[in-house]
Design a protein around this ligand. Structure first.
Ligand SMILES: Cc1cc2nc3c(=O)[nH]c(=O)nc-3n(C[C@H](O)[C@H](O)[C@H](O)COP(=O)(O)O)c2cc1C
Length: 197
């Protein structure tokens, strides 16, 4: 039941605090465990993580703000700033990458699978994202999934020494939960599954 409960309790928490109830060692173990045990197509293990804590976490969101300032109209920036502060106020951020050198090697080996491998790469990264998100929820750590890759990608090599072969897919800021989010609406579940026997 523990897994199903965590699955149900995982929500998008966008207003974060910098207080969580576990040590950095335990936190790092959660990420390592998820990386190790989440499946990947051909067992390629191409997903990679960059875990940003403390000043590195703040640096990421400050860089993103700088970049957003260049593209968001001045009159809307207050709203954007508030939203980004919700993430920046958190405990840390994990960046999800695909190591494209691994994926490209596989494509070279199995050229007929090229399109599938590109799709599966997104899928197994998504599986990792979901597993990490649920694992954090299991420890009462709030998180959300963000997609600002295009806006910040050109700053990562200099700011965080990210290798060129690592392609940024998603960002997950996490931390303490300020306010629980409201209930979700659900489509009738029986309209989404057919059971045959
Ligand atoms: C593949 C995927 C992409 C998402 N991208 C974003 C995003 O870029 N920004 C964001 O704030 N939420 C994003 N979300 C969160 C969804 O909007 C959210 O999961 C959904 O509304 C259900 O709410 P819940 O997470 O509280 O259960 C994404 C979720 C998924 C699964």
């Amino acid at each position: 039941m523990k897994f199903l409960e965590a699955l149900m309790n995982r929500r998008s928490i966008r207003d974060l605090t910098n207080k969580i109830g576990i040590s950095d060692e335990d936190l790092i173990d959660i990420f390592k465990f998820n990386l190790k045990h989440t499946p990947s197509a051909f067992n390629s293990q191409s997903p990679k993580l960059l875990l940003l804590l403390d000043k590195e976490h703040h640096k990421f969101w400050d860089i993103l703000k700088e970049e957003l300032k260049k593209i968001v109209p001045k009159e809307n920036f207050g709203k954007t700033d508030k939203k980004i502060n919700g993430f920046r106020n958190g405990y840390g951020t994990v960046l999800f990458f695909d190591d494209s050198s691994i994926t490209e090697d596989l494509i070279d080996k199995f050229p007929l699978y090229r399109e599938n491998l590109l799709t599966w790469t997104e899928q197994h990264n998504g599986m990792l994202q979901a597993n990490v998100w649920t694992s954090l929820a299991e420890h009462d750590i709030g998180a959300s999934l963000q997609h600002y890759s295009e806006v910040v990608v050109h700053r990562l090599a200099e700011a965080f020494s990210v290798p060129k072969t690592c392609r940024l897919i998603a960002q997950m800021p996490f931390g303490g939960i300020v306010t629980e989010v409201g209930p979700k609406t659900f489509i009738d579940i029986d309209k989404r599954i057919i059971v045959m026997k």
